[in-house]
Design a binder for this molecule. Sequence first.
Ligand code: HEM
Length: 171
Amino acid sequence: MQSLQQKASEWSGVDQTDAFAIDEINLFEKLGKQTFINLSTHFYNRVYDDEQEWFRSIFANSSKEDAIQNQYEFFIQRMGGPPLYSERKGHPALIGRHRPFPVTHEAAERWLQHMQQALDSTADIDSDSKTKMMNFFRHTAFFLVAGNEMKNPNQGVPPPCKHATSKTSTN
Ligand code: HEM
């Protein structure tokens, strides 16, 4: 059976070396805290204003301010900065924390579109840092999709009809 990491690479098209190239340099030292705050603010401004209700509604139970803080603290911690996220909330456990949400292939693509646009509209992020971050985001997004499918392994297969019996007609 394929591991979640293997599925993430296959579905995202990003191999593990590229996904974790964020660890080759200290992006937190390079970009600084304010850039991460700006990035997450731009990202969630887009998400909470998304014209597509199906995507916007995934975030309906979180306040935008909390979502921004959760995200930039996680990014800072993961990209070489102080462990702000874990000090406040414990282990990131991303698959577990995304369990309540429908993290489908479509949701991952939409999340990534918003993140690409947020990166492009945030000042002071050079193109090498953008590429490294997008590879990490893309791989992680599909890692979460793989985790989401584990919670419901029959996703995509119609559920069996509760009332079906051998006598049930097919029309
Ligand atoms: C694939 C599509 C994704 C969807 C639909 C999604 C959805 C969500 C939602 C609805 C929340 C709750 C907002 C909050 O209260 O913080 C959340 C939180 C979070 N997401 Fe995602 N997410 C996705 C991808 C990602 C990726 C790629 C990362 C990391 C690179 C990530 C990292 C986080 C973190 C750190 C939190 C805060 C968790 C917490 O503290 O409870 N997410 N996400």
